[in-house]
Ligand binder design. Structure first.
Ligand code: ADP
Ligand code: RBF
Ligand code: MG
Length: 390
């Protein structure tokens, strides 16, 4: 037994946060608020998410009531939200007795919602990687322990991966006390802290962190004395493929085409959940264009920091010379790999240079069987020339 890997005991340990770090909690909160606010003829636009993040349930309730000018008091709001989950209450009475309606909303203590909370991209990869290398992991959440247990029970293999799981009700002082690390708490405990903000354009709030990354896909464990990921291939990271499509619409009209980088924007209507689920960044894959064919594609998803867009968009550049524009045509994308986070640049020249490097990388990677197989994906086969069946 003394022969088991002697280096193991020198490996650092990691403490992970749950909501917004490993689990897409923001997505589900938005889903519920969208439905709820609809009743009042109001639209959830995601802006209020910035104002409720990190707040206690009753503070958050007050913010929502005020922001949306709801014609009710905070208490009334709470009692309105509660019955929305009444069917689930009956199933979960034991657990739910601890919560009021706003906690239901924000801490998701009902089975119905918990099972809908998805692992964030890169969460399973990270957990499997550390577990495979014998790196000890703790899970530290401000959320009550029963919630933590229920939430992770829907994620296969998670519970067994943590040596320690601790909820906000199991310590005398929650985050930011070092008893449960968040960024402030982690620094207070003299640890190295990597922050992964769950809401966009928020990195300025995490200046005390040792590094702020955009998503778990960007974590480089070797920077922190941990074993490096081994799944990058020629500068690209294979991802679980995902699909998006629609008619090509007018984009920002910035003259990207003039710059030699035309991006065929598709309408993001009806895709807000899909877009929310995928971290911003530069990706690549295959593009099926109706009446034309299937082409290699490299794209950015996000807010284009260089232009600081207000909306998250996808900007696919089809790696082919077309004789004419194809606005209005159906475009379908199979996104298979990741390259890098979106970046800002000091000049347009630098941005363009970088995008051309992305293109080269994507063109080459898409020849690898791992990625090239998706060229034949059924989803991309839309009304190809000579095909009358669609
Ligand atoms: P917009 O701001 O309207 O998106 P762009 O300057 O980005 O305009 O040009 C995109 C348009 O150019 C697409 O909608 C498409 O019709 C056309 N286009 C021509 N070649 C390509 C290509 N290789 N990739 C993407 N779009 C192309
Ligand atoms: N915009 C940014 O602000 N930062 C980026 O890092 C960035 N990367 C991109 C990578 C690719 C492959 C593509 C196609 C676009 C990228 N963009 C980026 C978006 C770009 O700003 C937008 O398409 C412009 O309209 C191009 O002139
Ligand atoms: Mg465009």
């Amino acid at each position: 037994m003394s022969m088991t890997n002697p280096l193991k005991k020198f490996l650092p340990c990691v403490i992970l946060d749950l909501d917004g770090t490993l689990l897409n909690t923001d997505g589900i909160v938005s889903d519920v608020l969208r439905v709820y606010l609809n009743k009042y003829g109001k639209q959830w636009d995601g802006k209020a998410a910035y104002r409720i993040v990190g707040k206690t349930p009753s503070e958050a309730a007050a913010v929502i009531v005020e922001d949306f000018g709801l014609p009710l008091s905070t208490d009334e709001f709470v009692s309105e939200i509660t019955p929305m989950f009444s069917a689930q209450f009956d199933l979960q009475k034991g657990i739910l007795e601890h919560f009021d309606g706003v906690e239901l909303l924000l801490y998701l203590p009902c089975e119905y919602m918990w099972c809908k909370v998805k692992a964030l991209p890169g969460a399973n990869r990270l957990i499997n990687h550390f577990r495979g290398h014998g790196v000890q992991m703790a899970l530290a959440s401000n959320s009550p322990r029963t919630n933590v247990d229920t939430k992770i029970s829907y994620q296969p293999g998670w519970k067994e991966s943590f040596s320690v799981i601790i909820g906000g009700d199991e310590v005398t002082a929650g985050k930011p006390s070092p008893e449960i690390p968040g960024v402030t708490a982690g620094k207070g405990a003299d640890m190295k802290v990597v922050a992964v903000p769950s809401l966009p354009k928020q990195s300025h709030l995490y200046t005390s962190a040792d590094e702020v990354i955009n998503s778990l896909l960007d974590l480089r464990p070797e920077m922190w004395g941990l074993p490096p990921f081994e799944d990058w291939i020629e500068g690209t990271l294979p991802i679980e493929p995902w699909y998006i499509g629609g008619p090509v619409v007018k984009g920002f009209g910035r003259g990207s085409k003039v710059l030699g980088i035309p991006t065929a924007n598709i309408s993001t209507e009806g895709y807000s959940t899909l877009l929310q689920e995928h971290p911003s960044g530069v990706y690549f894959g295959w593009a099926g264009l109706s009446m034309k064919g299937v082409y290699k594609m490299v794209m950015s998803i996000g807010w284009n920091p260089y232009f600081d867009n207000a909306e998250k968009t996808i900007e696919p550049w089809l790696l082919h010379e077309f004789d004419e524009d194809f606005y209005g045509e159906e475009l379908r994308l199979a996104i298979v790999g990741y390259i890098r986070p979106e970046a800002n640049f000091s000049s347009l020249e630098d941005l363009i240079k970088r995008i051309h490097e992305d293109r080269k990388m994507a063109e080459k990677a898409l020849e690898l069987p791992l990625y090239s197989n998706y060229r034949n994906d059924e989803y991309l086969k839309i009304s190809l020339p000579g095909d009358e069946s669609h």
